[in-house]
Every structure is written in C-alpha cells, then in structure tokens.
Design a binder for this molecule. Structure first.
Ligand code: ASP
Length: 455
C-alpha cells in the first residue's frame, strides 16, 4: 500500500487533476491520496492558500470581502467545470467558506487557521467527487474523523504519535481515500494548520502511521537536483539519497520537500519518492535510510539567505562558567531559536533566522547581553546566507573543506563562518548574501562538473 501526496501545482487546475487520477489509477496500491490546495497554474499566478490568507485578513479587519471570496470560489468553479462536475460541489464549497467566515474572530490565529485549512479541505472534497464521477471507488476523509491529532501550540504545531492508533485504520477503508493535507485537530477538536507547505507533513504522517511500503510525493520537477536549477544550469539529478541528506538540504532552502516532513517517514523507515505529476514515468528521487556513498562525497549544495549573527565578545569568556547558557537563555526568553553557535576563546557568534528578530527585540537583546553578561562588545549583523555542502560520504573523505574553501576564495568572497563537525553529513559556510550566487556556482563547478548522475 502506498500513500501519495500531490502538491499545489499538481492540483491547480482540472487538467492537472486529470493527471492525478491517471497516476492513481495506474497503480492499484496507491491507496491514500493526500492533496494540497490548488497552487499556481503559471508563473505569477496566486496560490489558493494565499488568496485565503488575504480573505481572512480582510474579514479580521472588518473590511469588504466580496472580491476576495469570489476569487477563491472562482478557482474551484473553474476546476469543477473543467472536470465536468455539476455546480453542486461549488455550492458545497461556498457554504463551507461562509460558515468559516462567520466564525468567532476573538482568536485571530484560529480564525486564520480555519480559513487556510479550507484550501486543502475543499480541494479534497472536490477531487473525491471527481474520482467518483469517473467511476472510482473513492471517498473524502476528514482529518478529524481519521484522528490526525496535533498539539495545542498554535505557534509550533506538531503531530502527536497518539493519533497513529486511529490513523492506521485508514488501511482498512474500502477504495481510495482522499485526504486533505496541511491540518489536524487537537485533543479537544480545535483545528490547527502546520507551517506553509505542510501537506508534505500530512502525507508523511499517514505513510508512517499506516506503515505504507512507499510515500510518493508528487510535485512539478523530475527529481531533487544537486543545486538550485534557477541558479546553476542543468544541475545533476539525485536519484537516491538518505533521510539525513534530504533533511540538511531542506534546511538550507531545498523547498521541494518540507524539512519537517521527513521525521515520521524516517521513524518508521518508510522510503520517500519525490516524483513529477507532469512526467510520472521519470523515476524521481528516492529517499532511504542508507545508500552507497563511496562514489560521490558531496550529494548536493544548498544556499539560503535570511540569517543574522549575534556577535558577543568578552575577555576571558572561556573561563566563565555558564556564559553560553545565560546567553542562550536570553534568546529563549525572547522566543528566538538559534541555528549555529561558532565560538572562539573570547567570543561567540549565534546565528539566527532574521525572521525571528525585529528592531525592538534586537535592541533588547543587545542591552540584556551587555548588562547581564557584562560583555565587552555585542552587535547583530544581518544579510547573511548559509551555504551547505551535504553528503554522507563527506566524513570519510579528506581535503574536502580545503577544496570548498579554495573554490570560495576563487570568487573573491570572504567566509564569515565555517561549521563542520557537529553534523556528520554537512559543512556549512556563512557568507554575505551578496556573494551567495557566485559561491554556489563555483562550489557546484568544483564538486559536480563532469560527474555522472548520482546514486
Ligand atoms: N497549501 C499550503 C501552502 O501553500 C500547504 C501545502 O500546499 O502544502 O503552504
């Protein structure tokens, strides 16, 4: 039994949904079908989730919503028409949206969650209706009825393993199960959405809970590539990689698969295959526990911007017991997660995602570190990028850091931070954002040009 998830572009139009039906029916083991909300149909199109966010914002601000609501309904209407479905399903969706819009607005986060989740929920209903329309034995199942349990921390929604006991029963459902991605319910029945792109998480959760033989994640590219194809020309395709490699690449910007989505599949050792809805014959990228890594130490290079560094300098810092803990506690109290902490004897840098700080927090942190830790110098710099070389084979190879550093030196850029050792599968370089692209290109040339397809 397989679980397959179809992302936004795979379910963005009637034409795409027909491809989904063809893929599902071509393999009788494709039993659970997780769907996203309709995504982009062309370059500057808007995702239904973004339309829904705008709709919810208008409603929360007590502004007119007629236009925003029409935009959402029209997307579903176009799809339903293209699939030859009656207007009935569009009415169902319209009523559902009206009910969500009429909800209490006292908790804006919850209100937003209910509207965002409607994107996948209504698309799942529509796709199930289409599957039935073409004669398939299929049904929509709501995450609440199936038991997809999540914690009650709106700012950090995670699935609870207690839900697995009920989710496993999806295996026994007759026919094909069409399941909306992106949201679950707390113990007391409150809806909560995962982070953006979270339908990948739902797919992985269901695959793990039902102990599927494979979790297929259908998207709009043939495979995961060794570097971002919008920066590097024709990067090599990765045909097999490990969970850890995918996790590291997803961390630093490989958006093809959500970085939180690997854990459930990993725990139950369910292999994941990234495939293309527009070219289902292509083998895709298989993500497994282990692979033979002798041929190529580096499997991929990722780059992501939006990092800031908190620099702290204090003479004799290395002798001061508890300095690191007290520094990190200040960040904890400001609710800021940290990414890396490279340090010297008298200084420490803490790398953070810039999205978690604002001017107020920045000023407060600097003041607190100065006063509470008696630091000699404290400042925060933004506009950093992290470039991450990833590969299970890296820990067994020598000279790799030297090769990477020389490649970066050839670009004329300076390295702000190096982090190697804590992770066995990656080597991280912090650089100025302005240098990111040229460094990525040079590193790709160093490690991949002339290499064959990886395996
Ligand atoms: N529709 C949601 C988003 O755009 C979730 C998903 O597609 O995975 O983020």
């Amino acid at each position: 039994m397989k679980v397959c998830k179809f992302g936004g572009t795979s379910v963005a139009s009637a034409e795409q949904i027909k491809k989904v039906a063809a893929i599902v029916t071509s393999d009788p083991t494709r039993k659970i079908v997780v769907v996203s909300a309709p995504g982009k149909r062309f370059g500057d199109d808007e995702k239904v989730t973004d339309l829904l966010i705008r709709l919810a914002e208008q409603a929360l601000n007590d502004k007119k919503i007629t236009h925003e609501l029409e935009e959402v309904i029209n997307r579903y209407r176009l799809i339903a028409e293209g699939l030859g479905l009656s207007e009935g399903i569009v009415h169902v969706i319209e009523q559902d949206l009206q009910q969500r819009l009429a909800r209490d607005k006292n908790d804006p986060v919850l209100y937003m969650d209910y509207l965002k989740a409607s994107g996948e929920d209504n698309n799942a209903k529509l796709i199930a209706a289409y599957f039935k329309h073409i004669g398939l034995d299929a049904k929509y199942i709501c995450p609440k009825d199936a038991g997809l349990l999540v914690n009650d921390r709106p700012e950090r929604v995670r699935a609870l393993p207690e839900g697995d006991e009920r989710l496993v029963k999806l295996r026994d459902e007759p026919g094909i199960v069409v399941f909306p991605g992106f949201f679950g319910y707390t113990e007391d029945g409150t809806l909560r959405t995962f982070n953006r792109g979270g339908s990948d998480i739902t797919g992985s959760l269901l695959a793990a809970a039902t102990e599927a033989e494979l979790y297929e994640n259908f998207t709009d590219v043939d495979s995961v590539f060794a570097a971002n194809p919008t920066v590097v020309d024709n990067p090599v395709a990765i045909d097999k990689m490990t969970y850890r490699e995918m996790r590291e690449l997803a961390y630093a910007g490989f958006s093809v698969f959500h970085d939180e989505a690997l854990m459930p599949a990993f725990r139950r050792s369910v292999p994941v295959c990234i495939k293309n809805t527009n070219n289902p014959e292509a083998p895709g990228t298989l993500i497994v526990k282990e692979r033979n890594n002798s041929a190529q130490p580096v499997i991929g290079i990722a780059a992501d911007d939006g990092f800031s560094t908190l620099f702290v300098d204090k003479y004799l810092m290395n002798q001061e017991i508890g300095f690191g803990r007290r520094l990190l506690q200040i960040l904890e109290e400001e609710e800021i997660p940290f990414e890396h902490t490279p340090s010297g004897i008298d200084n420490i840098s803490v790398i953070l995602r810039s999205k978690f700080i604002n001017t107020d927090k920045e000023a407060r942190i600097i003041q607190r570190v100065k006063e509470e830790l008696n630091a000699d110098d404290v400042h925060i710099q933004s506009d950093f990028s992290m470039i991450v070389l990833v590969g299970e084979g890296m820990r067994h190879s020598t000279g790799l850091a030297a090769r990477a550093a020389s490649a970066i030196a050839r670009t004329g850029a300076s390295i702000q931070m190096i982090n190697q050792g804590s992770s066995e599968v990656s080597l991280v370089f912090g650089v100025h954002k302005k240098d990111e692209t040229k460094i990525l290109k040079e590193l790709y040339a160093e490690f991949f040009v002339e290499s064959a397809v990886l395996s």
